[in-house]
Design a protein around this ligand. Structure first.
Ligand code: KG4
Ligand code: ZN
Length: 338
């Protein structure tokens, strides 16, 4: 049995990451987060590309070192082609191309969103892989999609957000509350200590399986402005309840749609993926659908929720064993469909 080693490179947003996997099993998964964006309250594209430029060589070296292999053992290089920030994507793309040329091994372009979904196929004794077809709710800082996955390479977007992504709804709400970027994990943390029914925010009315989150952000802003006028320390005094109520509304919006998707497709295998799938309430509510509705659910390990290169490497591996290669002509693409 021959070993196949794939190097994955991810640089679509503000995390520089490299991972080596062997026959679908992780040997290393190094992620360098960019602290620089916190003080600006969001990702600054120009600063992100510069940080990738600084991080990419050490991150890749570390990934190869931790995997305890020689770079000559690599069979292919997989990289994120898009979607993402152009300047950020270019760093990973150019590096991947150069290395594939230098090592004379194939280059495999990967769609970042496909990576989030197929992270469920990383080999792990403790994780069950979803059978085809299954539904995946892919929720991140840039995307909110319900995807039907018929096989590794056949994905259909059944619904998506018409405006803000759910991660943006979290981060923008957090910003209004005076919390630092990225605020999603903090809202989640305070929400666990609060009353989810303390305040009520209206849910958007959107047809079919699409989502909308921009109205929620505005509703939260107006609500808080009004309260703070009457009580300047309203936010400080009620932070847990506010976060719990926001989280409750977001989770209801998501589950109304995923329930509809299950009803419409008849598919009861449901996975979550993307940065927001780290959310404790979303994980809990999804798990509860197993006994409540008879669904089978697939919840990723924390390390594979937010952006990482292992999810790019696994797509690279699946493409490699199916002889799906790319050439040095592939280019970074900021807007790329699944
Ligand atoms: O997938 P990801 O790392 O990057 C994109 O591709 O966008 O997702 C990042 C997003 C951010 O909006 C962050 O606030 C959110 O995931 N996030 C969370 C949690 N952990 C990360 N949102 C809610 N609850 C969490 N626990
Ligand atoms: Zn992502």
């Amino acid at each position: 049995n021959k070993s196949t080693y794939i190097l994955g490179i991810e640089s679509s947003c503000d995390d520089t990451s490299a991972s080596v996997i062997c026959n679908g099993k992780i040997l290393s998964n190094v992620v360098a987060n960019q602290e620089i964006h916190a003080k600006y309250g969001g990702v600054v594209p120009e600063l992100a590309s510069r940080a990738h430029q600084q991080n990419i060589v050490p991150v890749i070296q570390q990934a190869i070192q931790q995997a305890n292999i020689d770079k000559k053992d690599l069979n292919a290089i997989a990289f994120t082609r898009g979607p993402g920030l152009m300047g950020s994507l270019l760093v990973g793309t150019s590096f991947a191309k150069s290395l594939s040329l230098a090592l004379n091994i194939p280059l495999i372009a990967v769609n970042h969103m496909q990576g989030h979904v197929l992270a469920h196929f990383i080999e792990d004794e403790n994780q069950q892989k979803p059978p085809f077809p299954f539904l995946c709710l892919t929720i991140s800082g840039g995307h909110t999609q319900i995807v039907k996955i018929s096989d590794y390479f056949t994905m259909e977007v059944l619904g998506e957000t018409l405006d803000d992504a759910v991660g943006e709804a979290y981060d923008k709400s957090a910003k209004i509350l005076g919390l630092p970027y990225p605020g999603g994990p903090l809202v989640d943390k305070y929400a666990r200590l609060g009353n989810p029914k303390a305040y009520k925010f209206t849910k958007p009315k959107v047809d079919g399986l699409n989502f909308s989150f921009s109205g929620l952000k505005t509703a939260i802003l107006y609500f808080l402005q009004k309260q703070v006028k009457e009580n300047p320390v309203f936010i400080e005094e009620n932070l847990n309840d506010i976060c719990a109520s926001i989280q409750h509304t977001i989770v209801e919006i998501l589950f109304d749609k995923i329930k509809l998707a299950v009803k419409e497709t008849g598919i009861k295998h449901v996975a979550i993926a993307g940065g927001v799938s780290a959310n404790s309430e979303i994980r809990k509510v999804l798990k509860e659908t197993e006994s409540k509705y008879g669904w089978t659910t697939y919840i990723p390990k924390f390390e594979f929720t937010t952006d990482n290169a292992a999810m790019i490497a696994i797509v690279g591996y699946l493409k490699f064993i199916n002889n799906k290669y790319d050439t040095n002509k592939t280019s970074a693409t900021a807007r790329l469909k699944v």
